[in-house]
Design a protein around this ligand. Sequence first.
Ligand SMILES: *Cc1c(COP(=O)(O)O)cnc(C)c1O
Length: 354
Amino acid sequence: MTDTIKINVHPVPNSRIGLVDFNNIVFGKVYSDHMFISDFYNGKWQDFRIEAYDMLSFTPGSAILHYGQSVFEGLKAYKNPSGDVVVFRPEMNFRRLNQSAVRMCIPEVTEEMFMEGLTELLRLDKNWVPDLPNTSLYIRPYIFALDEYIGIRPSDNYKFIIFTCPVGAYYSKPLKVKIETKFSRAVQGGTGFAKAAGNYAGSLYPAKLAQQKGYDQLIWTDGVSHRYIEEAGTMNIMFMNGNKLLTASTGDTVLSGITRDSVLTIAREWGIDVEERNISVTEIISSLKNGEITEAFGTGTAATIAPIELIADDENDYQIPVPGPESFSTKVCEELDSIKTGKKKDTHGWIYTV
Ligand SMILES: *Cc1c(COP(=O)(O)O)cnc(C)c1O
């Protein structure tokens, strides 16, 4: 980092932390005391500040409310055994936020404001970083358009905010997922690679239909032929077949997950054959039928590794063994946890100490 920015810090007079039961935190329902904010106007990001996590006010005509010009990120902080706050690969989230921003005509944020805003916020709210097993502090940076204008064009005014939530596990049990062959999450040339707000609104209805049939989530297939597997819900998806770890290549339609990259890196170091390629539904169904697939799981920051116990196509349900202590998904999840919480040496340069 070359430059530093001036952040005005307004700490709250009374922390809300005493109200939180850290043994029973529901994912995404508890918010830490402070947030970092910057406004974009007159062509630049300015007015860097940290203040109480509180209501915002903007006009009913604000562009974000109508056309969804908004992008977000999700990353996590942990406490290491010495009690320092550490963040997992934040520079990757910084880069991806800007890649998403470019696609949505949103002005990019600077590395200084992202990293220094994050650092100062985490220093101030360090008591909110839980240290019980399977807990962490989820961090949500996002940008949204604020012009008061009913017409479609990129906004001239935006807000960038980072707030944080202490969280526990995202999923409490292995998932049942259904291969989606009608609706699409993403298409070539679309916005699937971006963490753009509207992508998630569009995925709710197909997911709801699957949930009404008793499944937890969908497996998205390509938007043209619905013959190739892309992602599972808002996670990347992986399959273990013998010593081969299979996952879809990233591109326009498959989001480049940081958990995905971390899992593949560790797998390669462990001597597993990693195949990033087109994976057809037919291949997966026939490997499920003959029992070659021993594991299937989703990867993402919120859930880390989410084991899949059942995959359904339009006709049948296929069971997948629940992972045991020696399964790849269990071991890679433990390995990532040890690295993220500083229990194991960080040989990849993945840990940022606040
Ligand atoms: C965020 C996200 C992922 C996972 O990315 P991570 O960097 O591992 O958290 C995967 N797919 C979609 C669609 C996502 O939004």
